[in-house]
Design a protein around this ligand. Structure first.
Ligand SMILES: Nc1ncnc2c1ncn2[C@@H]1O[C@H](COP(=O)(O)OP(=O)(O)OP(=O)(O)O)[C@@H](O)[C@H]1O
Ligand SMILES: [Mg+2]
Length: 339
């Protein structure tokens, strides 16, 4: 099935075309306009989406070598995300589908992240555990049945990606912070600074990152300007380790507690090399399967939306023309009556 998918939940305008297992086009247009503000400005994001949505979709079709009439299904991110951003991509897709009389499906953005590694939407052995680590989410989710999500634990404050972005800002490393911090961390010592591990020693499967961010702030205040520069790699490596430690620890705990057979890493922070390496180490000789998404499919893209839509469209699922974008839309809300 040839699917055109559109993603515009935050500050990337993305369109992709897949034909069953094959990715025919994957176009992501980022918005540099936010860099000077050190974070995403929602109104600017929405305006940028309006400028780029048509060329981005046009380019995806051109790369795929397809005419719109050859597309057999259209999917778009419905939420969660920024209201003004979601509206642009979602309504563009819905209007196209309506005008061309094609099947249309609104997709949960986080379900997109979950499906990023799965060509044609085939899942690994269930029950699977999904560790979602992105700019807005840090969650451990159990999937015992395809399309049903059970929340096991989540961050009580900042998301892991948000912690990367905030600490990068403190260090003057720009936005988005994750890639910049991990580049610096590669030459640093992860044990140089003893940063706290959120909720260590507590029961449950939740996370906390606000104390870590404050600890970095206090450490920076105690350093001279020169030390901040010369010890930047150590600061980044120690911070990164303090983010990664609880992610790995809680995942292993969840695997033991909930009879898990596969672990899927999802979301933008899945691109983090230290996290991938630690999970690969933990997986050696273990009785569960580890699934890591390709680097190009970790941060927001439309291939993941197309993959999440693929199985659903094949099963005949359709969204009504009255469906609206939903800025607050938890994966746990998905059910048979609300697919
Ligand atoms: N190599 C990396 N290491 C750590 N973090 C990274 C890396 N690459 C990207 N990130 C982080 O990933 C986040 C972006 O991920 P993503 O695009 O999935 O988030 P989002 O779409 O803004 O949030 P959500 O998916 O929760 O709505 C940013 O916080 C960014 O700093
Ligand atoms: Mg995302």
């Amino acid at each position: 099935m040839k699917i055109l998918a559109i993603e515009s939940s935050c500050d990337d305008t993305a369109a992709a075309v897949i034909d069953a297992e094959q990715v025919l086009a994957n176009v992501v247009s980022s918005q540099p306009v936010h860099e000077i503000w050190g974070g995403v400005v929602p109104e600017l994001a929405s305006r940028e989406h309006m400028k780029t949505i048509q060329p981005v979709v046009g380019l995806a079709l051109k790369k795929a070598g397809l005419d719109l009439r050859e597309i057999e299904g259209i999917a778009a991110t419905r939420g969660p995300g920024l209201a003004g951003s979601l509206l642009v991509g979602f309504h563009f897709a819905k209007a196209l589908a309506l005008a061309l009389d094609k099947p249309f499906l609104g997709i949960n953005h986080m379900e997109g992240h979950v499906y990023a590694p799965f060509i044609s939407g085939q899942l690994p052995p269930l029950p699977m555990l999904v560790l979602i680590v992105s700019g807005g989410h840090t969650q451990l989710i159990r999937v015992a049945q395809e399309g049903r999500y059970e929340l096991l634990g989540q961050t009580l404050d900042d998301a892991a990606g948000e912690a990367f972005d905030k600490v990068a800002k403190l260090l003057g490393l720009g936005y988005p912070g994750g890639p910049a911090i991990s580049r610096e961390a590669a030459s640093g010592d992860p044990a140089a600074f003893a940063f706290p591990r959120g909720l260590k020693g507590r029961e449950g499967l939740d996370f906390s990152y606000s104390g870590l961010k404050t600890a970095v702030l206090h450490t920076l205040r105690a350093l001279s300007e020169e030390q901040r520069r010369t010890r930047r790699a150590d600061l980044c490596a120690s911070f990164e380790e303090a983010v990664v430690d609880p992610l790995v620890g809680q995942s292993l705990r969840a695997i033991d507690l909930h009879g898990i057979r596969s672990l899927v890493l999802a979301g933008g922070v899945a691109a983090n090399q230290r996290l991938r390496q630690r999970l690969l180490q933990a997986n050696q000789g273990a009785g569960w399967q580890l699934v890591l998404p390709e680097l190009a499919h970790c941060t927001d893209n439309a291939v993941m939306i197309a993959r999440a839509a693929h199985g659903r469209l094949l099963r005949g699922e359709r969204s009504g023309w009255d469906l609206e974008a939903t800025p607050r839309f938890s994966l746990m809300e998905l059910s048979e009556s609300n697919p």
